[in-house]
Ligand binder design. Sequence first.
Ligand code: GLU
Length: 422
Amino acid sequence: MSEATTATMHPSSQSAFDIVMKNFDHAARYVEIDPGYAELIKSIDREVRVEIPTRMDNGELRVFIGYRVQHNNARGAYKGGIRYHQDVDLDEVRALAALMTLKTAVVGIPYGGGKGGVTVDPRTLSATELERMTRMFIDKIDPIIGPQEDIPAPDVNTNAQVMAWMMDEYSRRHGHTPGIVTGKPIELGGSQGRAEATGRGAVIILREAAKTYGIDLHHSTVAIQGFGNVGSYAAWTLDEMGVKIVGISDVSGAIVNSDGVNIPAAINHLKNHPTLEGFEGGERMTNEELLELECDVLIPAALGRVITVENADKIKARMIVEGANEPITGRADAILNDKGVVVLPDILANAGGVTVSYFEWVQNLQQFHWELEEVRDKLEKILVNSFQHIYEIAQKHKISLRLAAYVLAIERLEKATRLRGV
Ligand code: GLU
């Protein structure tokens, strides 16, 4: 295991970590915070880079690189997902870890923030190769994780099955430890309502914001970029509410239909196909075109930094719900703000996932199970309160909802840090 200190940069945009830090500095002006404390909260507690030797099915040995970044634990154990993607780098994992610190503070759950990632395109691995790589990664980060230390979860391209392997691998050394990861299958201590939580949470925040800003969702159109865990559950929840979705997309491209995309049919298509390729429900477009589609609400729910200075001006939506983490670069955010687009920030809009992760962990520690209704009710309360709180801060200081969310998080982090002492 080795400590890494260098960061790389996304080829076409700002450094992911820099965007978070700039927002932090901007928001900190609205908080009475001692500069030393601001520095302490911003800085990364620990970052680990590991090599993950993995035997392929044909006997060949491949070495993948993985990271776990522990950003801050002033309010509780480090918490955050693990992403498998070919573009994962230290800069991105740092940004995502810092966002988790802010996110858990925004919704007031007793965690800090961390994130992990492996630079790999998981589509190139068989299930057995993926399992071996996952177990080896856990092996390598075992010394720094634990149910009271650092609790991983799913993120881009990781799911309940991957969490099951992680829990199993950790439990081989430490005894049965369901609380080591969240987002597990229900059969292994996963929570009711966890799979749907991020998408459902994004819709709860959208519903509250639409009410507040006078947008009638039943006469609105929505476009969703990404049809993975977040995008598909957001689509499903909106469809159940009777809201028209005019465009969806995944790695294979976008499908657009001004009469509304048939969401149950799209979800059904994915039961027998790896992607939306071949789904005949509308006109084919690119992911880039989908972002610029004529619609009232846009939900980027795939990867980060997809809305940049290049396309921010061309966005037609009046409201953007950040289902993904950091889908908008700092400069694009300023352009959208100037245009009067209401952006529901990631650290609020996609916080439903980690909130139900918290419920899962509590159930694991108590060795107890909650019903789906209980999970949904508790999630609803937390998110509605958080939205209202952030909206009030935004009104008071005349700032964006993103900055207001940062303000709320920084206030809570500052208090916790001060009370604990340095
Ligand atoms: N990966 C999700 C996120 O970015 C969930 C994290 C968790 O449940 O710990 O919020």
